[in-house]
Design a protein around this ligand. Structure first.
Ligand code: APR
Length: 229
């Protein structure tokens, strides 16, 4: 099978009870992303933003990984470093299902970041604007989440992995947000095969050589069984 790069989105955690963003009753139908997912929104109202992520941190802690997360952990056990798993999700469900190497390109709810000195530490359940950084003591803490207009993390590693990929798989992502939405085009230009696993084919369905439609908890285990037998 060679080297596989997998990109996951909110759809892989949907059946764990965590909302997606752009489906019917998705998060962005309830919140104005400019208010809660941009540096400008955070500067305007840090308490609103911290409370938004406190609620998502609580939901993620209460959610359980599902069969799709477990299947990807089995795939990692079977093919080791031939799997490069990058997620847009900030929940920890891949890790809680057993995946050991997960690239969180949009950050993670369980880490806190100091905007003043760059220090990172395990996020408390509730973060507040008056919290101070355990390293520099300044009141400059924020969720370690990549907001719109900010550069996602570990992009060099991701592009290197895509350049070496034999297969690129997008699971449960709408393909609406760049740079992640551009990964499939990058993979194709490098000669990789491309597969989309989604409840319904996403925005870039024309770019995928193969599409498996269905809920992730069924479609991902079935596909992993096909790969590792
Ligand atoms: N199984 C598989 N796919 C599903 C399921 C399911 N049970 N439920 C929903 N989906 C699919 C939808 O069809 C859709 O294509 O998951 C995708 C969810 O799309 P979005 O809500 O746009 O989530 P995502 O693609 O992860 O968003 C990307 O946008 O707001 C930013 O930073 C945020 O990381 C996020 C990024």
């Amino acid at each position: 099978m060679g080297k596989i790069v997998i990109l996951t989105g909110a759809g892989i955690s949907a059946e764990s009870g965590l909302g997606t963003f752009r489906d019917v009753d998705g998060l962005w139908t309830k919140y104005d992303l400019a208010e809660v997912a941009t540096p400008e929104g955070f500067a305007r109202n840090p308490r609103l933003v911290q409370d938004f992520y406190n609620a998502r941190r609580r939901n993620a802690a209460e959610a359980e990984p599902n069969a799709a997360h477990a299947a990807l952990a089995r795939l990692e056990s079977a093919i080791g470093d031939d799997l490069f798993l990058v997620t847009q999700n900030i929940d920890g469900l891949h890790e809680r299902a057993g995946s050991r190497r997960v690239i969180h390109m949009h950050g993670a709810l369980d880490t806190a970041l100091c905007a003043a000195c760059g220090h990172r530490w395990p996020a408390p359940a509730e973060m507040r604007p008056e919290d101070t950084c355990p390293d520099c003591s300044r009141p400059a803490t924020r969720p370690d989440v990549v907001w719109f207009g900010e550069m996602p993390y570990r992009m060099d590693e991701i592009y290197d992995a895509i350049a070496a990929a034999d297969l690129f798989v997008a699971i449960g992502t709408s393909g609406e947000v760049y740079p992640a939405a551009g990964f499939v085009g990058e993979a194709r230009s490098q000669g990789a095969e491309t597969l989309e696993i989604n409840l319904e084919p996403g925005a870039a369905r024309g770019l995928f050589d193969r599409v498996i439609a269905g809920p992730a908890t069924r479609a991902v285990p079935d596909w992993v069984a096909e790969v590792i037998g």
